[in-house]
Design a protein around this ligand. Structure first.
Ligand code: HEM
Length: 505
């Protein structure tokens, strides 16, 4: 009896303690007297997200739509963790650009000691990020990307070859673009030309180890997680990429003075070269940060063009017109010439998007707007920040979320926002919109370092896909496409399947 009483008492005390901790955590914004989205017990504002009933973007969109215009930011909770959701675009500019010095951290978990691959730019913060960022800025230059272009063009041939000249009733577009993007990353990031099957397998399986709860605890209590040697990636895949980089670097050092073919060469250039482990982490960063958004963008773009054949014809005609001047070949020069695919991003976006002016396709930018692969940006305040001309303060250590996809779907910025309409990116329309209303690659100090490479890869891929083939929906095309609720990125729930046929030039 006494034992039962003790057990009941212990259970009661534990539950009471748990209840108090949850209530205290979810009372953070109320205590600070800040406008906030009402949290649900335990789930905060993510009810339904953890179980996969809705996408995190849906949850963020609801908070944005409900509170926009009421204050520069609103408090919310990812489970028990308080977040500042930024609503006002001027404040977004402060955080990402003009006062970025207060927000240089992203607050992701990394554990270099036990998992060297986590020492990549995306995951690192503080001094380690700063040093690596300085080095990487010199790596991702326009002139280096130009030198890597021939290799990219070579790899792009696999797209046309894999479709062939058959009329296919059902082409798995998701697998096709994954094959292309994996091969580009293998070639450009790892300098790897061998059999791609294992590489592809590993690039799919490195998240096998993922557990939402462990990831959440690592974010909440990073010191404890490091003490417990928590790692994020599947060990087999992590070892594979690590060893591949070692082997490639070894080969590379044997062959001195070779022409520039990949990023390993750039990262291992003798002036303040990185260690092999640091280089491996940067190569892995291509897969971690780049593969899924590249796949999603190319896949969604083709899907949207399949639904609107007149737009697709417009794109193809433009491609043919330009390529005719280059003997029908896609070259670095012909790419620059693609008039219709030229984006005139002047004025407001231009500050740090200079390189975008030349190449980017209206189709790709509109895809990035409507199906924004990274639906939100993260920042952590490293110092207390007083909002200009306001009584509000963002406290040191506060985590911030910038709801990019919700901004991209805000009807006061983009009329009829769920419609795919590349003409939104005509120069005059772009000029009429406020700064910070288009952020698929983030912006400022911690914006995507590979933005120019990514758009180059997407452009080359799109041209290779559209040049000789026409796409239309088939019986198995999911319309409208649904997003995969289990992913943080906006990815299709099922593979994109389209019908394809060859077109005469
Ligand atoms: C469509 C393709 C891509 C999209 C939409 C995209 C988008 C983004 C976004 C939204 C961020 C966060 C920016 C911020 O917090 O302000 C980011 C960061 C980053 N991306 Fe990309 N990305 C793409 C492709 C790539 C590729 C191919 C790479 C290959 C290296 C890459 C490497 C990185 C890295 C290293 C960071 C972290 C930069 C830092 O914190 O210093 N991304 N990307």
């Amino acid at each position: 009896m006494e034992l039962l009483q003790r057990a009941l008492l212990t259970a009661f005390s534990t539950l009471t303690l748990f209840y108090v901790v949850v209530k205290l955590s979810l009372g953070y914004w109320k205590r600070r007297g800040i406008l906030h989205a009402k949290p649900k017990f335990l789930w905060g504002n993510l009810k339904g997200v953890v179980g996969g009933k809705r996408h995190v973007q849906e949850a963020l969109q609801t908070i944005y739509d409900t509170h926009k215009g009421q204050a520069p930011f609103v408090g919310c909770y990812a489970l028990l963790k308080p977040f500042v959701m930024v609503l006002d675009l001027e404040l977004v500019h402060n955080i990402l650009v003009s006062d970025a010095g207060y927000f240089t951290s992203r607050g992701l978990y990394h554990n270099i000691q036990n998992e060297p691959l986590s020492g990549n730019l995306l995951q690192l913060d503080g001094h380690k990020w700063r040093t690596l960022h300085a080095k990487s800025v010199g790596v991702f230059t326009s002139s280096n990307l130009q030198k890597l272009m021939p290799r990219l063009l070579e790899v792009s041939k696999i797209l046309g070859n894999r479709i062939g000249d058959q009329k296919l009733q059902k082409l798995n577009v998701s697998q096709l673009v994954d094959g292309y993007n994996v091969e580009v990353i293998a070639a450009l990031a790892f300098g790897f030309k061998g059999d791609q099957a294992e590489f592809r397998e590993m690039s799919r399986s490195y998240w096998n180890n993922f557990s939402l709860w462990r990831a959440y605890l690592a974010l909440e209590l990073p010191l404890l997680a490091r003490l417990l040697q928590h790692t994020s990636y599947d060990e087999l895949a992590a070892n594979y990429f690590y060893n591949l980089v070692h082997a490639q670097l070894y080969q590379q050092r044997l062959r001195d003075r070779q022409p520039l073919q990949n990023f390993l060469q750039l990262y291992s250039a003798p002036d303040d070269a990185l260690s092999d482990a640091q280089i491996a982490a940067q190569a892995f960063g291509f897969i971690l940060a780049g593969l899924e958004p590249l796949n999603a963008t190319l896949g969604f773009c083709l899907y949207e063009l399949a639904l609107q054949p007149e737009l697709q014809d417009r794109a193809r005609n433009e491609i043919h017109e330009v390529l005719q001047q280059y003997g029908g070949q896609l070259t670095a020069d012909s790419l620059k010439q693609l008039k219709y695919t030229k984006q005139v991003l002047n004025g407001k976006y231009c500050n740090s998007l200079q390189d975008f002016k030349q190449f980017i396709s209206f189709f790709i930018v509109e895809t990035l707007r409507l199906h924004t692969p990274y639906p939100f940006l993260l920042r952590r305040a490293t110092k207390e920040f007083e909002l200009p001309k306001s009584v509000f303060v963002i406290a040191r250590g506060n985590n911030l979320i910038i709801p990019v996809a919700a901004i991209h779907r805000d009807p006061s910025i983009y009329t009829d926002p769920l419609r795919f309409d590349p003409d939104r990116f005509e120069a005059a329309a772009v000029k009429s919109r406020p700064a910070m209303s288009f952020l698929p690659f983030g912006q400022g100090l911690r914006g995507c370092i590979a933005m120019q490479l990514a758009e180059q890869q997407l452009m080359v891929g799109l041209v290779a896909l559209l040049q000789h083939h026409k796409y239309s929906p088939c019986a198995d095309t999911q319309i409208p496409l649904q997003y995969d609720n289990r992913k943080l990125l906006l990815m299709p729930k099922v593979d994109i399947l389209l019908s394809v046929e060859c077109v005469d030039i």
